[in-house]
Ligand binder design. Structure first.
Ligand SMILES: Cc1cc2nc3c(=O)[nH]c(=O)nc-3n(C[C@H](O)[C@H](O)[C@H](O)COP(=O)(O)OP(=O)(O)OC[C@H]3O[C@@H](n4cnc5c(N)ncnc54)[C@H](O)[C@@H]3O)c2cc1C
Length: 494
């Protein structure tokens, strides 16, 4: 039986482990942290259970497909509920509750901009075609060669994909109102880019949002990790935690073993790195065996870093919904500050997740709230203690303004998380939050390759390779790497 060592138990490492094990490989996963999940982890503090990172459950079909590949259903593992409103969107002069029902959303659009419901229907119909083509074709390509794109179903529809126009320009063809434009532009932040450098093909994310819906696994997002880990255990995957990979021993362009800080080493036929690609290249591989240099990585567009506050509040906050996007300052100023000036913004936009609106199991008492507050920041600047205090005050003042009452004195648990924590917890390149941005020249075959170009028995999965950042793409990435290895070792697997 061919042995595979996966370094990292993030969602893509777990996905790869499940598929590879099912295909007949003997799989061992090692991770530097004490538990599985990577960014999809949680922590507990005095009865509050905080999801550490992801909070948006979009594209439920991808999760369903994953479990289906193992003859399971999502509901075998967790109870998924659709949120309504999907989220609250706060602009300078308005507060919008985005309804889950499409007809209700059309009505809302119509109130904001006359005739815009017709534009929305057209816009979403095209976005749906992009989504279907992506989920059925694009997202599953391994990006190894341009020839993959010569598929008749892709070529036939290429003109509909809006690949060579930015998401911003694409949206402007349909809508005039500033708030509507912002509402449709915001998912570009999930892709690590800006509305101007994200290709129009990603309007499929608007379809995912508006028609696919915003969901929540009861118990918290960590339920996804728990489910995938349980499945991996059932499939016979071995796990080793608190194991920090420090170096690959490479001979004749093949890894001989992966050495760990514990002086333990792991020998196998093939290795899959779920550590971030730049970390693997620059820290685990010696210079002569690297396919991508330091210069290459510093020329890439990386997703932002972030500051996160996890707060336990001893009272209810009536203004908040489950998801709240505070877009009441300039979106463009925020983006240009973090990407162009490489500085942290003075008046940032921010996001508040209040999952205790849906789920009482994550709070010690139902009269309380559980808050996750995120501000996207530059990867170039780690916020000082003063900056952390500044952002805390900034967010709290705004929340108190909208709520119309004091919140600060009701905060009974508080933790913050910044760039340096992304580095120490996940070896995140430059302290980024979610990988490589999906810009035009960093999409599909332009992404770093899943099969190492020099080392014959090394592959990659995760949010720096195909198909991109986010939990659903990371799950797919695990599947792609498994399919590639099944093909490579086809003869020995039979
Ligand atoms: C704050 C935040 C909010 C987000 N919000 C969302 C959201 O709402 N919805 C969504 O879909 N996505 C969201 N994302 C993105 C999503 O979390 C990631 O894209 C996805 O989890 C990446 O998974 P991964 O497996 O590629 O990487 P990771 O989760 O980073 O996993 C990498 C693993 O490698 C391990 N590792 C690293 N170095 C070593 C080493 N030397 N030895 C051993 N192990 C090592 C790490 O411990 C980790 O477990 C968010 C991310 C963040 C940070």
């Amino acid at each position: 039986m061919k042995k595979i060592t996966i370094i990292g138990s993030g969602v893509s490492g777990l996905s790869a482990a499940c598929y590879l094990s099912k295909a007949g490989f003997n799989v061992t996963v090692i991770d530097k942290n004490p538990t599985a999940g990577g960014r999809l982890s949680k922590f507990k503090k005095n009865g509050f259970i905080f999801d550490k990172g992801p909070s948006w459950y979009w594209m439920p079909d991808i999760f369903d497909n994953f479990f289906k590949d193992f003859n399971k259903k999502t509901s075998d593992f967790y109870n998924l509920v659709r949120l309504d409103p999907s989220y609250q969107f706060i602009t300078k002069n308005n507060v919008y509750n985005i309804p889950a029902n499409f007809d209700d959303l059309c009505e809302l659009f119509e109130k904001i901009e006359p005739n815009s419901s017709f534009s929305l229907k057209k816009y979403i119909s095209l976005a749906e075609q992009k989504y279907r083509l992506s989920v059925n074709k694009f997202l599953n390509l391994n990006g190894e060669s341009f020839s993959e794109l010569a598929d008749p179903s892709i070529l036939k529809n290429i003109h509909k994909l809006n690949i060579f126009i930015s998401l911003r320009k694409h949206i402007r063809k349909y809508f005039k109102n500033q708030d509507l434009k912002k509402l449709l532009e915001f998912p570009s932040m999930f892709l690590g880019g800006t509305p101007s450098n994200t290709p129009g093909v990603y309007s499929m994310m608007n379809f995912a949002d508006i028609k696919g819906g915003t969901w929540y696994p009861m118990g918290g997002m960590y339920e996804i990790t728990r489910a995938m880990k349980k499945l991996a255990n059932e499939l016979g995957v071995n796990f080793k935690f608190n194991e920090i990979a420090s170096e690959f021993s490479i001979k004749k362009q093949k890894i001989n073993e992966v050495m760990c800080n514990s002086y333990e080493s792991y020998k196998s036929d093939h290795y899959v790195s779920n550590c971030e690609y730049p970390f693997t290249q620059l820290n685990l591989i010696d210079k002569k065996n690297r396919s991508y240099s330091k210069k290459y990585w510093s020329s890439r567009k990386i997703a932002p870093s972030a500051i996160i506050f996890y707060l336990g509040v001893s009272k209810k906050i009536n203004f908040l919904k489950h998801h709240n996007l505070f877009f009441d300052e300039s979106f463009d100023n925020h983006l240009s500050s973090i990407y162009k000036d490489k500085k942290n913004p003075k008046k940032p936009l921010f996001y508040v997740c209040c999952p205790s609106k849906t789920d009482c199991s994550i709070i010690p008492d139902k009269s309380m709230e559980n808050l996750f507050i995120l501000i996207p920041l530059s990867t170039s600047e780690n916020p000082s203690k003063e900056a952390v205090d500044y952002y805390y005050e900034y967010v709290l003042q705004k929340l108190e303004k909208y709520e119309g009452s004091n919140i600060q004195s009701h905060i009974i648990e508080k933790a913050s998380y910044t760039k340096k924590d992304f580095v120490s917890d996940y070896n995140a390149y430059d302290g980024n939050a979610y990988g490589l941005a999906n810009t035009l020249f960093q999409t599909a075959t332009f992404k770093p390759k899943i099969s190492d170009k020099k080392i014959k028995n090394l592959s990659y999965c995760g949010h720096f390779t195909v198909p991109g950042p986010g939990i659903p793409p990371s799950i797919i990435s695990g599947k792609i790497v498994s399919k590639t290895l099944e093909k490579k070792y086809e003869k020995t697997l039979r």
